[in-house]
Write a protein that binds this ligand. Structure first.
Ligand code: FE2
Ligand code: FE2
Length: 448
């Protein structure tokens, strides 16, 4: 090579060919190695993968009926942590690292939970007499084996702007694929005050699935209170509520007797959230809801339940449930109904008797969404303002005085749907579409 001659760049085609040869060679050698190792690789057993120990895991905050002054926490250990030994410590959060000197101790309530994998203990504590709008630090343990310190902020005791995240069914491949829904949602809205789950958090009664669910959410669950409602898959197999539910969630018991921690309500900074259990005692819940909403001092009312009033997937209409609950929803002019079950996305405008009112008459916005990877086909109906198939989504909702702003986002963070509801004196909510005007995701991605 002569100095005065510029180096000739290899043609792009040659580079591609060389790259392909190298990649092919690497793949072939990896396959050869993998083949020889296959016999040595075995799956880690579920018992081992999701084994409890004396170190707390599955730490989760859940809403209480008085979120300005009380906060519930639940966690899991093996059975070596006996009833009476489990405790939680709580202190006002401070940048001073020795804040724990001022910590109070709460003795936990311990519930045995026998799963398909092992006997475990679930422990819970309810922090009470808290100050509204205050940042606290807490940890859980047995005096020797502790969790890390987590922070949470109590609610205001009066109406004040806040945001929450709502997830449709997680249900399948929870560790592998639902994890990206909760993590993306949290990264987009880390100051969310609540995490709503519209049922079918898991697929079967297997404890490994709950292990995946807690793993996917990780420390997010220790920082932001959850507000879950059960779906049919929490009832799978024996048609009774999975024992994991009440053992691992510490939720209000202010609903229909017999449906404790599944049918309940919480007033949060000007919003009445109601969780209804779509799997049991539907008529009793209709009567209870009617009474509950007759005296409602909150400006906004949001319902959360699993089986939708208006189905978004083929052949899944819930006629009987609709006959029982819809008249109450319409009578009390519920603002927003958040649902799951149909493994698709569909969102209405203000809907009354199944017809869009275009904000001219009182109506309710209904949403069906899905956050996990299991997908069904949308059955297009006139009430659907925006729909999707084959798309994992989560929803970010902000309530700010007389305005409610809603966004559905894909797990890759794109805004897929958004609208705003505005309260108007003695008139129906005004619904303003905010787009985006991108094509709907209907069908397989390759066909779009
Ligand atoms: Fe379901
Ligand atoms: Fe489901």
């Amino acid at each position: 090579m002569r100095y005065n001659q510029p180096m000739k760049r290899p043609a792009r085609e040659s580079l591609v060919i060389v790259g392909s040869i190298l990649a092919g060679a690497l793949l072939a050698s990896w396959q050869a190695v993998a083949k020889t190792l296959t016999q040595a690789i075995t799956a880690v057993s579920e018992q081992r993968a999701w084994q409890a120990s004396a170190i707390p895991d599955r730490v989760i905050l859940t809403v209480t009926a008085t979120p300005a002054t009380a906060q519930a926490v639940t966690w899991r250990t093996d059975t070596s942590v006996a009833p009476g030994q489990a405790v939680a410590q709580l202190a006002p959060a401070s940048a001073y690292p020795k804040f724990a000197e001022k910590a109070q101790i709460f003795i936990a309530h311990t519930e045995p939970l026998l799963t398909d994998l092992a006997p475990t203990h679930c422990h819970s504590a309810v922090f009470t007499n808290l100050k509204p709008e205050t940042l606290y630090a807490y940890r859980v343990g047995d005096g020797t084996n502790w969790s890390e310190w987590f922070h949470f902020r109590t609610a205001s005791d009066k109406p004040k702007p806040f945001s929450f995240i709502y997830f449709g069914d997680a249900q399948n491949d929870i560790k592998s694929l639902w994890s990206r829904a909760i993590r993306s949602a949290y990264s987009e809205l880390p100051k969310a005050s609540l995490l709503l789950h519209a049922g079918d958090l898991i697929n079967t009664r297997k404890d490994a699935e709950w292990g995946e669910w807690h793993y996917a959410a990780g420390w997010i669950n220790g920082m932001t209170p959850s507000l879950p409602t059960p779906g049919n898959h929490e009832y799978s197999g024996t048609k009774t509520l999975t024992p994991n539910w009440r053992a691992q969630f510490t939720l209000p018991e202010n609903g229909v007797p017999g449906l404790e921690e599944t049918c309940y309500f919480v007033d949060y900074q000007g919003v009445r959230f109601v969780s209804l259990n779509s799997e049991e005692k539907q008529a009793e819940q209709a009567a209870w809801l009617d009474t509950l909403l007759s005296k409602n001092p909150n400006r906004w009312t949001i319902l959360l339940f699993h089986r939708p009033m208006y189905s978004s997937a083929k052949g899944r209409d819930n006629k009987e449930l609709r006959a029982q609950w819809l008249p109450i929803i319409e009578k009390h002019r519920v603002d927003l109904v958040l649902q799951g079950h149909d493994h698709t996305y569909a969102r209405s405008q203000n809907l009354k008797m199944g017809v869009n009112t275009q904000s001219r008459d009182y109506g309710t916005v209904y949403v069906v969404s899905v956050s996990g990877p299991k997908m069904y086909t949308v059955e297009r109906e006139p009430w659907m303002q925006r729909a999707a198939e084959n798309t994992q989504l989560y929803q970010l909702v902000t309530v700010d005085g007389g305005a409610l702003r809603y966004e559905a986002r894909t797990v890759t963070g794109e805004v897929y749907d958004s609208f705003e509801l505005k309260k108007r004196r003695n008139r129906p909510n005004l619904l303003i579409e905010r787009g985006p005007k991108t094509p709907e995701r209907l069908g397989e991605p390759s066909k779009q």
